[in-house]
Design a protein around this ligand. Structure first.
Ligand SMILES: C[S@@+](CC[C@H](N)C(=O)[O-])C[C@H]1O[C@@H](n2cnc3c(N)ncnc32)[C@H](O)[C@@H]1O
Length: 413
């Protein structure tokens, strides 16, 4: 096997592409990125500047006909966590009525309509997906797993915090791999002991080792009818049954609580700081320091809603400035810009406290320096891209492990 052909959805500035290309085992044959909230398509501009405009689509994925998407071996992407509820299934077809604007259903549509379905999927989401919505915990993930089962895919998933495997940012995301029933890995997973797959034999375990935590596990069966599953899943309003690792084959889920096993080197925030003089706009002026201190500090106060209702508000303090001998906190989309904030990072330097530069934010996601640098793209936008992106090192490792697994398992069968 030479290389796998990849289709990258919700591409942003190309985090998946960077990680996969680093392995030398993947060739991106088509990508799509469209930002609904702005006229100028900044992320797509960066993507095209780095990787070329050929085979890149800058259109709402909901409007892209499946016929325009070339056949590929693996579909990848980080899609938004939204409400995946299913109102009703169309009587005489496989068609589903998922809400317009809910992008899980765009992935679903492509997988349903493609005659040559991709053999593998590699997806990423916020870990909140395992527990949402709050009124019916775990329902959205259940709908997603069962719809993949119905489309012929077995899934393994894991919540990974990049810092727990030595990377410089505490960014926790859920990663999924799905294997179509036409593949040897599907068969291997189907024949395996599910706990062994999660703990040692699976693709993710081979590159991000774990151990079983306090032997906590659940198994459950997801009903096939998505509309009914969506209506009834956890209607008793208990906690989500989904733990941080698991597998799902033909609607049968085994999920385990695992904890990372890692004793390699550990990168910290201090490692990504640029040497030399930082841009003056990053420094915090003395007059705004009290506002920063207030926002970062602990508080217990009475606040008013817009409608005039009073409520008690309290929160603990954040470390201020941030510790440079530890991995950073999660970068969020609002990390850029001058205005004081509870969540932006601030580091102490010999010239005073300052925010992080765009290059430092790129390094926290293990992107190449200045990947997002482009005429006409502000530093605030560059920070926004990194808040939306992922830690490239995770994609690289899972990508390499997947290629290896395919190679190994296909030979056995
Ligand atoms: C979580 S981010 C993924 C970022 C990406 N993994 C990266 O490394 O930059 C989701 C992306 O989906 C894009 N998006 C949102 N709605 C979309 C739509 N309807 N069609 C295509 N892309 C969309 C957003 O603009 C955003 O860049």
């Amino acid at each position: 096997m030479q290389q796998l052909e990849v289709c990258e959805l919700f591409a942003g500035v190309g985090g998946f592409r960077l990680g996969l290309e680093k392995t030398g085992r993947y060739n991106i044959v088509w990508s799509n990125q469209w930002e609904p909230s702005t006229k100028t398509q900044h992320a797509s501009m960066v993507y095209e500047a780095r990787f070329g405009a050929k085979n890149h689509s800058n259109a709402n994925i909901e409007d892209v006909p499946t016929s325009e998407i070339p056949d590929h071996d693996i579909l990848v992407g980080g899609f938004p966590c939204q409400d995946y509820s299913v109102a009703t299934t169309l009587k005489n077809s496989k068609g589903l009525i998922g809400k317009k604007g809910v992008l899980w259903w765009s992935i679903h549509r492509i997988l349903s309509e493609k005659k040559n379905k991709p053999k593998y999927l590699f997806l990423e989401n916020v870990d909140r997906l395992l527990k949402s919505p709050s009124t019916q915990r775990g329902r959205d993930f259940a709908v997603m797993l069962r719809s993949l089962s119905n489309l012929g895919y077995a899934v393994e998933w894991r919540v990974i915090n990049a810092a727990e495997y030595g990377m410089p940012q505490r960014r926790r995301r859920v990663f999924f791999l799905a294997y179509h029933k036409s593949t040897a890995i599907f068969e291997a997973l189907q024949d395996s002991n599910p706990s062994d797959w999660v703990l040692s034999d699976g693709t993710i375990a081979s590159t991000f080792p774990v151990e079983h935590h306090k032997k906590v596990f659940h198994s459950l069966e997801l009903e096939e009818d998505l509309a009914s599953l969506s209506e009834h899943f956890n209607a008793e309003k208990g906690p989500s049954p989904f733990l941080n690792s698991g597998v799902c084959v033909e609607g049968r889920v085994v999920t385990l609580k695992t904890k990372p096993v890692y004793d390699g080197p550990r990168a910290v925030l201090g490692d990504v700081l640029e040497n030399g003089s930082a841009d003056p706009s990053l420094f915090i002026h003395e007059e705004s320091l009290p506002k920063w201190e207030y926002l970062k500090g602990s508080k217990k106060e009475i606040r008013k809603t817009k409608a005039g209702f009073e409520y008690k508000y309290s929160e603990g303090s954040m470390m201020f400035p941030d510790a440079i001998n530890q991995p950073s906190r999660t970068i969020i989309t609002g990390e850029g810009g001058k205005s004081p904030s509870r969540f932006k990072h601030v580091v102490q330097t010999s010239k005073g406290p300052r925010r992080l530069s765009p290059v430092e934010l790129e390094r926290l996601n293990m992107f190449p320096d200045n990947h997002t640098f482009l005429e006409g793209i502000s530093d605030t936008k560059r920070a926004f891209f990194m808040g939306n992106a992922l830690v490239v090192g995770i994609v690289e490792k899972i990508g390499a492990a997947l290629f290896h697994k395919i190679d190994q398992v296909e030979k056995q069968f």
